[in-house]
Design a protein around this ligand. Sequence first.
Ligand code: BGC
Length: 732
Amino acid sequence: MRGFVQTAVALSALLAVACSEQEARERRIDRLVSSMTLEEKIGMLHANRMFSSGGVSRLGIPDLWFSDGPHGVRMESEDNGWKPLDWDNDACSYLPALSALAATWDSGLAYRYGTVIGAECKARGKDVCLAPGVNIVRSVQNGRTWEYFSEDPFITSEMAVPYIRGIQSCGVASCVKHFALNSQAWHQYTISSEVDDRTLHEIYLPAFEAAVKRAGVMAVIPAYNKVRGRWCSENTWLIDTLLRRDMGFDGLVVSDWNGVHSTLGAARCGTDIEMGTAVKKDGKYDFDQYYLAAPLLEKVRSGEVSPSCVDDKVRNILRLMLRLDLVGKAPYDTAGMASRLATREHAAVAREVARKSIVLLKNDAGFLPLDRSGYRRIAVVGACAAERFALGGGSPKVKAKYEVTALEGIRSRVGAGTEVVFAPGFRLRNRAFQPAVHRFTTEFDVEDSRLVEAAVEAARQADLVLYIGGLTHEHGLDCEGFDRADMKLPYRQDALISAVLDANPNTVVVLMTGSPVELGGWERRAPAILQCSFLGMEGGNALAEVLFGDVCPEGKLTVTWARSLSDMPDHAVGEYPGSEQSVRFNEGVMVGYRWFDTYQAEPRYEFGYGLSYTTFRYGSLRLAPVWKKGRRSFKVSFDVTNTGPVDGCETVQLYVRDRECRVERPDRELKGFCKVRLRRGRTKRVTLTLDRRALQWYDADSSSWVDEPGRFDVLVGASSRDIRLEGSFSLE
Ligand code: BGC
């Protein structure tokens, strides 16, 4: 009892300190706002360079500096355009893409990843990091799929929250994006995403809500598209009602670059800063003519916009600045920053993420791992093996301090007695753009067929082939700004892989893809297939470690791999790409595996899937209700045993099925997961908790989350379909 009283006293003291800090901050904001002229205030509401917005130097309010994210700090570019400045000290860590981070299912690692990005932003003098992207993968054709975590809101939230905390622990604001419902590039500047309320709350909002409520994210970027007919950055329902009122967000809303369309729209909505608008004069960006610059001043003077709209925006900006302790301080000293970028510690995080993210899709008869000295000659085939990916993909491009390619990683890993020959098999290049369909097509020329012949010959003469292909960051593949035309491997890789397998059946296929691809007829014949996203600066080393068994693969898919596009819910029942005006998310909550599992459609590789070099047994499931503050939650415990030949790590997943409900619910939904690292032969008891929200659904009629009595099944497994333990309980 005494302990309890002491804790309560300590807690209320802490709360009092937090409250008084908050009050002091708000008072300071009031003082600053009241000392500013209207012109000074408006000067803070728009860009003054491509990646900064204005300050008020006489009051010690600095300019605010932004940078992309999410997997590295973007290189310096000119103030008034996009051209890189070619500095010799801004090369950074290049971490694996967020799709790779997600495939690790490792929240602790997501935090460390965030600290690398945060530390390097700080070193580069950036205040706000434009990351992470938490959009749900609805359409796998979206060129940004590789930038996002998953099709599932639970794992997206569980990875985004620590990532944000990691960045913000370095005194840099994280800016979560793109709010909301941006699931395709097709007509994204004109299209309105139409979704029902339940789907919005159950699928598309949770990661933003977690970012705000659990991670305390300091900034948000609205998406380019419209929602319910209004552009996100001018959408008062989205920004003022859902984000600010319902989620309680009191930070900065900064428009996406060129995402504002009118002065009144943005002024009257909770968007605070306008960035990247393409208003130009003599070929240069004319920041003074931005919607929230001179035109806004005019509208305030004429009485069309109330001065309090301006004050509210300035307040939100100052709140973020005070949280970062930027006001009245000398600018962060960036001298010698190069020594704080891509440090050994940062490289170690990059490598750990890369190695833990690689997914073993297929491994017939234990073909992998490879014996390092078991081959006289290895043929590495596939242009992706020698590709450096850091500078591609659109806004997340990174000037990496270095990037170890797959070919380099393999070469440095094999024994001295092994010759490694490289045959690209195809040539990467900018492909033909077809404006009519807003897509790219792949064309092949004579030279390519010579490359194929050379690759087949190299395969024939080798004891082992490592085929390293997949997608790239070219326009129309895994790249911002365009959707993929289909799910096929580009550059006729299906035919190339088949020809290589004909020449040498000892062929391991490595697919570097940040989004799912269709697997051609060769799949059956390939003894082993690995999938990895873009693996960052240590990628080649990490891949070699997995291939040669230095580490046991543990990555699992966070996006369903369908057999073909027509099986995907956006094609089967939803709408993709919609019209120029709108796209309706008719599949509702049945996104990704929710669709496949509810309607018994067969994916090629299901959500949560990934093999290991070892095996795991699950057992002794126990469900126990726990009462806390009059609320019931459930503890789910079970044993996991490593029954295979090597040490390894299993990602156990917990799904819930609501058996009695007045609305149709997905057959199963991910509500917990955990990584279990086990030496061979060892067993660990795992306990996961299902809280109240895990069982609820969102009722659009009452605009609230509903607890509905009835039976619930608990499914514990190695993937969404490889369920090893089942139990059930009733909620009264
Ligand atoms: C992207 C954002 C990015 C911004 C700044 C936009 O095109 O949608 O994700 O942060 O550019 O580079």
